[in-house]
Design a protein around this ligand. Structure first.
Ligand SMILES: [Zn+2]
Length: 329
């Protein structure tokens, strides 16, 4: 009798255990299904070493790039083919990248993102700079590739200097063009707000005597010198950053949509001030990067926008940098 009773008890306990584990499985499945989608990414910074310099790519945000209305000199069929080949669908999200270079003695920011000028998509550069371990007050120099909103907007925060100890530099040609309101009336209507934005963005630095345009290609700080790449804007400039014979070319807006313009570098952008000059500069920068094997820091190639260019007949390939969890260690 005791034997039977113990058997029943064991079987009952086993049955209960099965039932409870089934309930637990259903419960946990239900809990997973009910977890809300998070829909955010990690902080937007990515770091590499360039010789002894530390380079930190900073994401300002991504925005839907209106490909159909802004690319020029290319058929809709070609655009469609290029996007499909790269598994992209319209509207393609375009990255806005800036690059922080720590030379060991100076902290230099190349471009500054859009600030408030592109709306909620963007203007995340300061948050990402802090997430990357730096404070805006540590930045010594801001080197702008040009004075379009998505490059200059971030120097300004609520009418004040977002980088209170920095000097802002850009080519004299870009300063002469965008900071002269008289040019606004001669430019296409869609560019008129770009003049106002450029003037307002740099105003606090101008007032403080810390807006200093440059000419020529002399080193601005040890290891960094400008390279004129005009066309996208009159004074559009790249920066060659060199440490221990390693070279990085921060090329600004040489490429807006990599999938299309690396296949056909003749494709220009409605926003180019001079499309022919922009094409020549694109060819110059692509050839230079491919031939010399320079690391490229690209303002609008998918974040972090760091990689190399390989020539492939008449087209070019983009090879993103290999991911490293602990650079320089
Ligand atoms: Zn841009």
């Amino acid at each position: 009798m005791k034997q039977v009773r113990r058997g029943w008890t064991t079987r009952a306990a086993y049955g209960w255990a099965l039932l409870l584990s089934a309930i637990a499985m259903i419960w946990s499945a239900a809990a997973c299904a009910e977890a809300p989608l998070v829909k955010t990414q990690g902080p937007g910074f990515y770091r590499v070493m360039l010789g002894k310099f530390e380079v930190t790519a900073l994401l300002d945000g991504t925005h839907p790039f209106p490909i159909d209305t802004v690319v020029e000199g290319v058929s809709k069929a070609e655009v469609q083919r290029d996007l499909q080949r790269d598994y992209l669908e319209k509207p393609v999200q375009g990255s806005i990248n800036a690059f922080l270079v720590n030379t060991g003695t100076k902290l230099i920011l190349i471009d500054s993102g859009a600030g408030v000028l592109y709306g909620d998509c963007c203007g995340k550069l300061l948050a990402n700079l802090r997430a990357a371990g730096y404070e805006p007050g540590q930045v010594d120099e801001i080197l702008l590739t040009h004075l379009h909103k998505d490059h200059v907007g971030g120097v300004n925060a609520n009418g004040a200097m977002a980088f209170p100890n920095a000097t802002v530099r850009v080519s004299q040609a870009d300063a002469d063009y965008w900071l002269d309101a008289a040019n606004k009336s001669k430019a296409p209507a869609f560019l008129s707000t770009f003049f106002d934005a450029a003037i307002a963005s740099v105003a606090p630095y101008v007032a403080a005597g810390r807006f200093k345009p440059f000419t020529g290609d002399d080193e601005i700080v040890p290891g960094i010198r400008p390279i004129a790449l005009p066309g996208h804007t009159p004074g559009h400039t790249g920066y060659l950053v060199t440490s221990d014979s390693k070279v990085m070319l921060a090329w600004g807006d040489i490429i807006h949509v990599a999938s299309i313009q690396l296949q056909n570098p003749k494709v220009s952008i409605e926003y180019d001030s001079d499309a022919s000059a922009a094409k020549r500069s694109r060819q110059t920068a692509l050839e230079l990067a491919a031939k010399k094997g320079y690391l490229v820091a690209a303002a609008h190639i998918s974040f972090p926008g760091l990689g190399h260019i390989r020539k492939n007949g008449n087209t070019y390939d983009w090879i993103p940098v290999n991911y490293e969890a602990a650079p320089g260690q």
